[in-house]
Structures are given as C-alpha cells and as structure tokens.
Design a protein around this ligand. Structure first.
Ligand code: CP3
Length: 346
C-alpha cells in the first residue's frame, strides 16, 4: 500500500517525496482524447465507468502517488439545476447577477443531484484496491461564483468584482449557499471513499487581502472544517495569489497548494512549519529538455529539503500540449532527487 502521499499531507516521514499532477487526466494523453472523440465532457463526468477509466489512465503510464477523481469544479452545480455547457471551459446559460437570481438558488443534496460522483469514487476505490490513495475535490466558493456571475472564464472576472461593490449582500448570500453546497458535496465524496480533498481556488487572487478575508475566506474555511471533521486531509490550492498566502494558510488546511509564482522556501518562511506544502513547478517547464526539467525539479525539492510535509506537483494544471516524455522526466527526477536513506524514515 502506497501511503506516502497521505503521510506527507500529515507531515509524517516518507521514503521519498510523493508526486501527482493537477489535471493529470486530460487532453495531453492520447487515450483521453480517444475517449473524448466519442463522448462529450459532461457525459464523461456523468458516466462512472468512463470517469473512473480516465481517472486511471495516467496511473497506468506514470508512477504517480495519488489518483484524482475525474469531474469538474462546476459538476456539483447540478444540485442547483444551473444550465451549463463546456467549450472547452464552463459556459453558464444565464449568468447569476441579481439578488432575485441568488434567492432562487436552492441546492438539492449532493447524493441526490450528483450520485454519479459517489459511484465513480466507490468504483475507483475498488479498482485501486489500496494501491494508490484517491483524492476528491471541489471548487472554492469564490472561484465557482466567478464563473456563475461572469458566465464564462475571463481574466479578472470583472462581473463578480463589480457585483461585490454594487451588491455586497448578494455576493455574500451566493458565497454562503455555495459554501454549504460544497461542504455537503465533499462529505458525500469522503463517505464514498475519497481519502483527501483538494479545494481549487483558481481566482481568489483577483481580491485584495481585505476583500479576500471578508468574502472568500469564510466560505472556504467552512469547507476545510467539513473535510477535517471527517478525518481526511484538506488541501487548499490557492492559484495566482502570492499576496494571500498567509491568509490562506490561516484557514488551517493540512496542505497549502502553492502556484508556480512563489518559491516554496519563501512560502515556508511566511506560513510557518505547521502546514504541509504542495507544488510548485511551473507547468511550462515541461516544454523544456529533460535536463532542464530535472534541474527545476531539484530546485523545488531543495527549497523544502528537511522540512516535513511536501507533496510535489505542478504550480497549476498540466497544459494540453505537454509532451508525455516530459511527464516521465518529471516523475523520474522526483524519484531520483528526493529519496532519503531508509534509516531516516524508520
Ligand atoms: O485533475 C484532474 O485530472 C481531475 C479533473 C479536473 C478537471 N477540471 C477536468 C477538466 C479538475 C480537478 C478540474 C478543475 C477545474 N476546472 C478548475 C480548477 C483548476 C484550475 O485549472 O485552475 C477550473 C478553474 C475548472 C473549470 C474548467 N473546466 C476550465 C477553465 C476548463 C477549460 C479550460 C481547459 O483546461 O481547457 C474546464 C474543462 C475541463 N475540465 C477539461 C478537463 C479535462 C477539458 C475538457 C475537455 O476534455 O474538453
């Protein structure tokens, strides 16, 4: 049983640094593109047999230390019956921009609205059979709200920032509803077999520290508490937010997921020793030579050497054009550069 990922989340000793890759199932894999040429993205997410299959695809190729559920951060919005398509990112048919629209949102229980996610996790736990730990995930309320209010992905998410000042109470209620729904969703995932939960906050970085503290932080802290109450590690990935790392750490996740912008030794100094760190190789490094990849991996590892609790990962999702050989080089480099003598782990 490979538990070095779960051990690192808890800052326990490990034989070598565990590694997984954000978006490890996806378009850079020909076998994923093959399935996607036959079924749409939403069908893929909603069909447990297929979702479990694409979750396992990267594990067949690479010696990864964790599997991550295949779904999307927008998947649990089926609980609110919000009409949505993917092209390739989420598109909301009717963006939510008024108090009336927010008041109309009523979440059904996740177990009723998205039973296929629980079924995918149960299937995966059976197939993984203890060999590799399974990560569940959700989006942070602020990041989900950014898509719901804007209607689609857009740098800066001006529509949500504008609403935040025009109608702060409307945004507050929206974030509370999303926070409750995500807490229910992650509880369902844990009950179905998820052994850790990662919360993706891709867009909190558009806020300044005081607005982050007022709006985004309480909504995400509630989900982290729900995960920890169930006794599994919570990973909080804060993208593009070097100015929010201390506040993010103060929500007390077991692991802080760090984007590629801030060197991990800086982060370690700023957040103290009582939290594990995950990351944070720039995904673009994987367009370099194997030698460059190895040097950059060694650099990341060296910045947290001797500090308990590091999970190696990219500093954001892997890009669709990434060469497969680069992923192999990354994994090999982590294996070669992070092994510690057995005596030190016993
Ligand atoms: O990590 C994994 O392998 C698990 C699956 C996963 C997906 N999306 C599948 C997906 C996870 C964890 C996500 C998270 C997600 N989704 C985030 C947070 C991480 C981040 O990137 O910041 C966000 C913001 C989304 C919303 C989303 N979904 C976008 C912006 C896009 C399109 C952009 C892109 O990467 O092309 C999606 C679609 C999506 N989600 C795809 C996959 C594999 C591509 C869909 C396809 O096959 O056409």
């Amino acid at each position: 049983m490979n538990d070095r990922f779960l051990r690192a989340c808890r800052r326990e000793p490990v034989d070598r640094t565990p590694v997984w890759i954000m978006r490890q199932a996806g378009r850079y894999l020909p076998e994923y593109r093959d399935i996607r040429s036959r079924v749409g993205f939403l069908t893929l997410c909603r069909t447990p047999e297929l979702a479990a299959e694409v979750t396992l695809q990267p594990l067949r190729r690479f010696a990864l230390d964790a599997a991550i559920l295949f779904a999307d951060i927008m998947t649990p919005l089926d609980a609110f019956d919000i009409a949505m398509t993917f092209d390739p990112g989420p598109k909301i048919a009717t963006p939510i921009r008024t108090r009336e629209a927010v008041d109309r949102l009523h979440a059904r229980p996740a177990a009723e609205a998205v039973p296929y996610v629980a079924e995918t996790l149960r299937r995966l736990r059976r197939e993984l059979d203890g060999r590799t730990p399974l990560i569940g995930f959700c989006g942070a309320p602020f990041t989900i709200a950014a898509y719901l209010v804007q209607g689609e992905g857009k740098d800066g998410f001006g529509a949500l920032k504008r609403l935040l000042f025009e109608q702060p109470a409307t945004v507050q209620v929206l974030l509370e509803k999303l926070s409750e729904a995500m807490a229910d969703y992650v509880r369902m995932q844990i009950d179905a077999g998820a052994q850790a939960i990662q919360i993706f906050d891709s867009w909190a970085g558009i806020l300044d520290p005081s607005d982050y503290r007022r709006y985004a932080m309480p909504a995400v802290a509630h989900i982290i508490d729900a995960v920890k109450e169930r006794g599994v590690p919570a990973i909080y990935f804060l993208n593009g937010a070097p100015h929010l790392l201390e506040l993010g750490a103060s929500t007390c996740p077991d692991v802080l997921g760090v984007c590629w912008r801030t060197p991990l030794d800086d982060v370690a100094r700023r957040v103290g020793p009582r939290i594990a760190l995950q990351g944070n190789l720039d995904p673009h490094v994987l367009f370099g030579t194997p030698k460059m990849i190895r040097e950059r991996v060694a650099d990341v590892l060296q910045r947290v050497e001797g500090r308990p609790g590091h999970v190696m990962n990219l500093g954001h999702g892997i890009l669709p054009e990434t060469p497969i050989a680069s992923v192999e080089a990354l994994i090999d480099a982590v294996h070669d550069c992070s092994r510690v003598p057995a005596t030190r782990t016993s």
